[in-house]
Write a protein that binds this ligand. Structure first.
Ligand code: PEP
Ligand code: MN
Length: 221
């Protein structure tokens, strides 16, 4: 993935799962693995935090903190993440309006931390064919009014492997500043979210086509 242009490695030791009986991640026991990933790949590392009490420990191992959709309005978590001064990627709550989202983001920036990345990851609608509905309108609105970089997550935004590359390209065309995708060398054997996980080949395709789309709108990747 690095070879075709990936810049940041995302790996999570804390998984916010809807069902408490499903795999919760390795927890702090996974920290040495994060350190190894960073060392071996030389890529920036982003990882999710769920609990303000873990932030300090996790900060020693990552470059960017991720706050997930389910935690978007966990205000004590946002405040503690803001205080670290590290870049924070705050994902949009699946049921949050743009206004709710920007208000939540202020809990981070009010700590004097302007190193914020927003991420549109799909919202819940009446539609069940896709896991979520990727809100391209929302992405454009955030680009227009927030002043912060806005990423797109077509993996959670669609929940369907066959749509991920096309949804990513739509996001790039609409002005996304970054794309976050879930990739596995053998997607069907992925322990989490296998249905939305793309292969290395699909990732290469995304990077290649993404470059053309970015160029078409006067940007580069
Ligand atoms: C994730 O990024 O793996 C994740 C759980 O996403 P979200 O918080 O958007 O559901
Ligand atoms: Mn996931």
């Amino acid at each position: 993935m690095k070879g075709v242009g990936a810049q940041t490695f995302r790996a999570q030791i804390f998984k916010p799962r809807t069902d408490p009986d499903s795999f919760q991640g390795l927890g702090l026991a996974g920290l040495p693995i994060l350190a190894l990933l960073k060392r071996e790949t030389g890529l920036l590392l982003i990882t999710e935090v769920l609990d303000p009490r873990d932030i300090e420990k996790v900060c020693d191992y990552c470059d960017i903190l991720q706050i997930g959709s389910r935690s978007m309005q966990n205000f004590p978590l946002l405040i503690e993440a803001g205080k670290t001064g590290k870049p924070v990627m705050l994902k949009r709550g699946m049921g949050a309006t743009i206004q709710d989202y920007l208000s939540a983001a202020k809990y981070i920036t009010n700590q004097g931390n302007q190193r914020l990345i927003l991420c549109e990851r799909g919202i819940v609608t009446f539609e069940g064919y896709t896991r979520n509905t990727l809100d391209i309108n929302g992405l454009m609105a955030l680009k227009d009014i927030s002043g912060f970089p806005v990423f797109i997550d077509p993996s959670h935004g669609t929940g369907r492997r066959e749509m991920v590359v096309r949804a990513a390209l739509a996001g790039i065309a609409a002005g996304a500043d970054g794309v976050m995708v879930e990739v596995h060398y053998d997607p069907d054997s992925s322990l989490v979210d296998a249905k939305q996980t793309i292969s290395s080949e699909q990732f290469s395709e995304l990077m290649e086509k993404g470059r053309s789309v970015a160029e078409a709108i006067g940007r580069s990747m």
